[in-house]
Write a protein of this length. Sequence first.
Length: 64
Amino acid sequence: MVNEGEAALIRAAYESGGELAAGAELCRLFPGITDAVKARQAARSIAAWQPLAPLVMRDEPPVR
């Protein structure tokens, strides 16, 4: 599981140094990832993520 702070670091590495730098950052954050190809694939996916919109809580219960 990647939290937003880690995703931001991977995104920054991707934007400044490309896919290879993002893969290296991912491996630095998660030492258990040893396959460079899979790390770069995951880094590409993470770099493309957009933050989720905040949840809106309703005052009334859902209609059934």
